[in-house]
Design a protein around this ligand. Structure first.
Ligand code: NAD
Length: 532
């Protein structure tokens, strides 16, 4: 495979990319974007509309988002089903060219449009937007083409007198892509990965990510995606899903979001199973309670930096964000001092001020949930070492919070909070082996985890004992920042089906191969020699 990851631009003062991004942000000043549904290439207004505001400035309306009604959903399903005939028949290279062109457009003239929309709509800093809506999405588009080619090269052997082949058909029906707010790259990848393999898609974006997601839909159209292949259907999540899952042509779900919602969708599918033409493929990447475990031999500064970046970048709203840490008593004073010193310098605020390291959490619901966790931890007697305050007067701001707990089963050590809250438990150095069991058994999730140690035996022990505790396992690095093509992403247990977005394993789920055998000289006699 001859592709490299998209280079991350650094946005230093006086850089060309910084000026371009500033201009793209300025374009939105005073602008309220009308976001329609896009069904069969047509712009539709749906059955209502909702205002979308910036999380860091909730008085600033960015867009008005049309909401699909039941008739729109039926229209989207019909469009997807109708478009599949021609789309599936299109030679792979021509389909692939559309996505490669989309990648080049995103790497070039569309880059700052998508970055600005991701910053404003999802409250990402310039750097967090760049690694998401530019680099990761470009990588998904390019690498998936290469992975799909590799997949289709997997062919059976052909003995003498015959030809055997696998015909990589799409699923029969349409795929439903339900995407999360926190990564524009994931939102783009979930509809595009199945579409690359000849599937057509009904895409329901997360409301709070509608601005960047709609721009990506426009980018796909600019790249030549035919009408009806991906149908963009924002709307009330449960009613859109009910209508989609009722359709006999529903053939697959490509989901990323919370465990609770994926469970509900799976159950709805199970209840309707007999009505579907095929067994639907269900792919879901869900929640996490990602850990950092340090051994007494670890580098304390490296642990402190990993905790700060891993727990607080993008306000702790990465599925991979560190949210529980297990630190040895001998290193704790040093880790704590460095972490608290660094946190004292962290700036949080409007993401258009580039000196900020953090923006706001995504919406009122998230703000209330996170604030509730902090209050409850305090009421339960846990020690708040940093942060612990929140303010929604301008935007949904929650200070990066570090909570020290003595009880390894404390709520904040077990439940996904999905915000800038890190819980720390300090353990006596000699209890390393017990702590490995605690890390493995505390949470139902198994998404990401990181172990820091300079003693190679400790790394080996942790690797073995925590083999099923994380789908993405890091040694001496933070648990966030997976790169397409380098660290295929996904977790087990209650963190999802672990189909590894950004790898051939994921693409395999979107194809239903037909085996073909062709015989050159067919038999002319039914009798076998043994019968003589
Ligand atoms: P969410 O579950 O609230 O929403 C995800 C999507 O599901 C959105 O499009 C939403 O509108 C839709 N949805 C919500 N309720 C629904 C319902 N009743 N029926 C049908 N659809 C419904 O998640 P979120 O807040 O967007 O994202 C945060 C969650 O996503 C966290 O739990 C995080 O861990 C997880 N996540 C996981 C990964 C991963 O790779 N494992 C990546 C990103 C996010």
């Amino acid at each position: 495979m001859n592709i490299t990851n998209e280079t991350v631009l650094n946005y230093a003062p006086d850089s060309a990319e910084r000026a371009d991004l500033r201009a793209a942000l300025a374009h939105h000043a005073g602008l309220i974007t009308e976001i329609p549904l896009v069904i069969d290439g047509q712009r539709l207004r749906g059955s209502g509309a909702q205002p979308l505001c910036a999380p860091h400035d909730h008085r600033r309306q960015l867009a008005t988002v049309s909401q699909a009604g039941p008739a729109d959903v039926q229209r989207a399903i019909a469009a997807a089903v109708a478009a599949q005939v021609e789309w599936a028949a299109m030679p792979f290279d021509q389909r692939a060219a559309i996505f490669l062109r989309a990648a080049d457009l995103l790497a070039g003239p569309w880059r700052q449009k998508l970055n600005a929309a991701t910053m404003l709509g999802q409250s990402k800093t310039a750097y967090q937007a760049e690694i998401d809506s530019a680099c990761e999405l470009i990588d998904f588009l390019r690498f998936n083409v290469a992975f799909a080619r590799d997949l289709m090269q997997q062919q059976p052997i052909s003995g003498p007198g015959m030809r055997n082949a696998l015909d990589y058909r799409p699923l029969e029906g349409f795929v439903y892509a339900v995407t999360p707010f926190n990564f524009t790259a994931i939102a783009g990848n979930l509809p595009c990965a199945p579409a690359l393999l000849g599937n057509t898609v009904v895409w329901k974006p997360a409301f709070t990510a509608s601005l960047s997601n709609y721009l990506f839909m426009e980018l796909l159209e600019a790249a030549g995606l035919p009408p009806g292949v991906i149908n963009f259907v924002p709307g009330a999540a449960s009613s859109v899903s009910e209508a989609v899952l009722d359709a006999p042509d529903f053939a697959g779900l490509h989901f990323t979001g919370s465990t609770e919602v994926f469970d509900a969708l799976w159950q709805q599918v199970a209840q309707r199973l007999p009505r579907y033409r095929s067994y639907p493929r269900l792919v879901g990447e869900t929640g996490g309670k990602d850990f950092v475990l340090a051994h007494a031999s670890a580098d304390a500064d490296a642990v402190a930096v990993a905790l700060l970046r891993g727990a607080f970048e993008y306000q702790g709203q990465k599925c991979s964000a560190a949210s529980r840490a297990y630190l040895p008593a001998s290193l704790w004073p040093k880790i704590k001092a460095r972490l608290l010193d660094d946190l004292a310098t962290v700036r949080m605020g409007n993401v258009e001020d580039f000196s900020n390291f953090m923006g706001a959490v995504i919406d009122r619901k998230a703000f209330d949930r996170i604030a509730g966790h902090i209050d409850r931890a305090r009421a339960d007697g846990h020690r708040v070492l940093a942060g612990g305050t929140y303010d929604d007067s301008e935007g949904y701001f929650v200070k990066p919070t570090v909570i020290e707990v003595d009880d390894p089963q404390a709520v904040t050590m077990r439940e996904e909070i999905f915000g800038p809250v890190l819980s720390v438990m300090v353990y006596p150095d000699h209890t390393w082996s017990e702590v490995l069991t605690t890390v493995d058994t505390t949470s139902p999730y198994a998404l990401t985890g990181a172990v820091f140690a300079n003693d190679a035996r400790a790394l080996a022990q942790a690797s073995a004992r925590l083999r099923f505790s994380a789908g993405n396992f890091y040694l001496n690095d933070k648990p966030t920042g997976a790169v397409v093509g380098q660290q295929p992403f996904g977790g087990g247990r209650r963190s999802g089906t672990n189909d590894k977005a950004g790898s051939m394993l994921n693409l395999q789920r979107w194809t239903s191969p037909r085996t073909v055998k062709e015989t050159w000289v067919p038999a002319q006699d039914y009798r076998y020699p043994s019968m003589r």
